[in-house]
Design a protein around this ligand. Structure first.
Ligand code: DHB
Length: 391
């Protein structure tokens, strides 16, 4: 099959790029190894920067984020049992939207279907080849068992952190930057009303907890745990006690409890592949980098990559000049490293190492106090959290 852009990966990054290219009259095909249902039911983060919301709404994907999502004008940083509100709206004039990544996928998949996009789910044996030639190729077997080869001008690897595209770059031509953290998150979904109007990022002697939300009836919460924790070994009662003690304080704040219907342990690390390009193959989203979840940058960073890559591909077809494509990796990496730092900072500031010395504990509280008692500190957090303006 011949097309202009071949995209490996039909998550939010691959589908958003496919949507934007199609709107600009650029032919493309997406291949995705998972089936639609598996992606739709995989729980990921839930916070969209204002720029991500604009890509969905002004980009003609869907307005559902505005009708089904929730606008949040701030968050609470809670430590020493006391909450400190960071007022995004007042500090930087921006907000974020609580709208789960599954819904972003649902909207994008529906938009591709509505616009007759070519998206092949549940493919197997995917391979990428000839990346350094003018005709890179994607080989795959479709869900019916038929083998295909896509010939394209530009190949995009949007196939996530475990994808094949990044690994197809010869080791001597890429730098794998990564660090691991001695923490993981125990994540739950519970059928309960929200415990607070906004998200609470809590630091405590027992470790970090995040009180997030999904909608009026379902809440998402996480607590820092050992990376080898067995989620199945915890009873609901134990989970509620652990979460509650991490948010306890003199204000008597109590979590609203309900039945817990999902329990998972999420391991995390920071990773950046440099450059995010190999010949005529370009990486976007988790395929090129992963961030720890604190601060919810993953999906937003993927969409930011897609915006830069779309403009580069669009300009390549409009002007026949590869200038923007040649600048893609450097431009995307600027934002990636800023987000890596923000995610690393939020993670290290809010989590508590199990072997922390009293000095380290008090230093961390000093850092949190420094942020909340400085308008500039708060504003840095607000600007990073709601999403840096594009440059
Ligand atoms: C969620 C996840 C995050 O990592 C975060 O910083 C905020 C919210 C969530 O899943 O709701």
């Amino acid at each position: 099959i011949k097309t202009q852009v071949g995209i490996v990966g039909g998550g939010p990054a691959g589908l958003m790029l496919s949507h934007m290219l199609a709107k600009s009259g650029i032919e493309n095909i997406v291949v995705e190894k998972r089936d639609h249902e598996t992606i739709r039911t995989t729980h990921r983060a839930g916070i969209l920067e204002h720029g991500s919301v604009r890509m969905l709404t002004e980009g003609g994907v869907s307005d559902r984020v505005l009708t089904e999502g929730y606008k949040h004008d701030g968050i609470d940083l809670r430590f020493g049992g006391v909450s400190h509100r960071i007022d995004f709206e007042e500090l930087v004039g921006e907000s974020v939207w609580l709208y789960p990544q599954n819904e972003v996928f649902v909207d994008l998949a529906a938009a591709r279907e509505r616009d007759n996009g070519d998206v092949r789910y549940a493919v197997t044996d995917t391979e990428v080849l000839d990346q350094t030639t003018s005709v890179p190729k994607i080989r795959f077997t479709d869900a019916e068992g038929t083998g295909f080869e896509i010939h394209c001008d530009i190949l995009v690897g949007a196939d996530g952190s475990q994808g094949i595209c990044k690994r197809s770059i010869p080791k001597e031509l890429r730098t794998d930057n990564f660090i691991e953290y001695p923490f993981a998150w125990f994540g739950i979904l519970t059928e309960a009303p929200p415990s607070a109007p906004e998200l609470i990022y809590a630091n405590s002697d027992y470790g970090f907890a995040l009180i997030s939300q999904r909608n009026d009836n379902v809440q998402r919460m996480y607590f820092q745990c050992d990376p080898n924790e067995d989620a199945g070994a915890w009873s609901d009662e134990q989970i509620w006690a652990e979460l509650q003690r991490r948010v306890d304080g003199p204000d008597g704040f109590q979590l609203k409890r309900g039945p817990i219907f999902e329990k998972t342990v999420l391991k995390f690390r920071s990773y950046v592949c440099e450059p995010m390009r190999y010949g005529n193959m370009f990486l976007a989203g988790d395929a090129g980098h992963t961030v720890p979840p604190t601060g919810a940058k993953g999906l937003n960073l993927a969409l930011a990559d897609v915006k830069v890559l779309f403009e580069a591909i669009d300009s390549f077809y409009a002007t026949k000049s590869a200038e923007l494509l040649d600048g893609y990796s450097d431009k995307a990496l600027q934002r990636v490293w800023r987000a890596q730092n923000f995610s690393y900072w939020m993670t290290s500031m809010l989590h508590t190492r199990t072997d922390a010395t009293p000095f380290e504990r008090k230093r961390a509280l000093g850092e949190l106090n420094g942020v909340v008692s400085s308008r500039h500190g708060q504003a840095y957090l607000a600007e990073a959290y709601t999403g840096w303006p594009e440059k």
